[in-house]
Design a protein around this ligand. Sequence first.
Ligand code: NAD
Length: 433
Amino acid sequence: LALRAAHAAGPAWAATPSRERARILRRAFDALIERTEEFAALITAEMGKPLSDSRAEVAYGASFLEWFSEEAVRINGRISPAPAGNGQILVTHEPVGLCFAVTPWNFPLAMITRKVGPALAAGCTMIVKPAEATPLTALRMAQVFADAGLPDGVLAVLPCSTPTVVADAVFADPGLRKVTFTGSTGVGRTLLARAADGVLRTSMELGGNAPFLVFGDADLDAAVDGAMAAKMRNGGQACTAANRFLVENTVRAEFTARLTARIAALTTGVGAEPGVDVGPLITAKQRANVAALVSEAVADGARVTTGGHELPGDGYFYAPTVLDDVPATSRIVRDEIFGPVVAIRGFDTEAEAIEMANDTEYGLASYFYTGDLQRTLRVAAGLKYGMVGVNRGALSDAAAPFGGIKDSGLGSEGGSEGIHEYLVTKYVGLPTT
Ligand code: NAD
């Protein structure tokens, strides 16, 4: 039914004036902001993050609707004279068509608006399959669009406890033109392989293994603040979460001590309760994975400076943890932790730091702290990542192109680049006058 409705609605939606599409997106943005508390409570109830994190997600998620309402009216092409003098080259951009979006549970609203915003702005239709753990936020968001005047059939949200049931039906439709996915690299590979059969456009926002570098010349107070933001947002359950802390040995003891004090002071508990800084992990399996990464690192020789154990309570709680002296060969250095665990290693030279930072198959977010301008330029150029944060621990911005390289994915969400993920380029050869 969703496919049929999308096909029926597609041509009229693509032909709807961009100003009208922009107005609908803007109304949806306003409604989300107005309903921040309601959405924040739902996000917290569904996936457990503290209410303050959920409110921040509503603001962030809504910002993509605002941004793409502004981009919708700027889908410009170009015209240029053919160098041979035999005509003119007209370039236009048209909507890709029907898109299939598959999204994760860690940001139940924002990971969808990052796709729906540009797709609707471009004039595409979209079927969203949200994560099994977080269908309700997605459904309520769809209602916001209906209330904002989005025509029936343009957007459908299809939750399902077995993802392949929805995916099989959608991939079987010859009218599908694009797959946009946010989630793990493994599932991304599966969807890329399926997309190959239909020669579909793809956008892939996959896993990360973000390095967080602290040089000896950095402002350590700022670096500790940045580390808290880069690690603890969403309890570490973020693709951009700092996964490997690489700290110059001259300041490592001091940085570790200050960060340990901050991490040890965090309150873990049920996200809806006041004063909670860190919520539970999403599943028992995820908590067992975090616990195994920590105990293997300790067996390998890492030193626990705080935490290092599960916490009792009504949820899959794990104590915010700091590990120092983590050996290079430990699994925690290679795998995405997706939990509140800081893993610290030392380095002596800038070249060594860059080599360690790049020693991963992932390439999503990276961060570094330094007080030296020349070093800033060298390190920003040397990091093989789609995103680099300089003296800051948070990167997300609807106006910036968010995306990874290597095993972290293909394409960008946000920025002026984001809408082009949902547009195809057409060249019209015009004759000479
Ligand atoms: P996941 O890959 O397990 O699931 C993501 C989505 O894919 C869910 O909706 C799931 O139902 C669906 N899915 C699973 N198997 C499928 C299949 N065979 N066919 C079709 N759909 C299928 O990821 P997750 O555990 O929900 O999220 C965590 C992962 O997401 C982490 O690796 C994290 O780094 C990544 N992530 C990346 C970004 C980014 O922007 N790069 C953002 C957030 C999360």
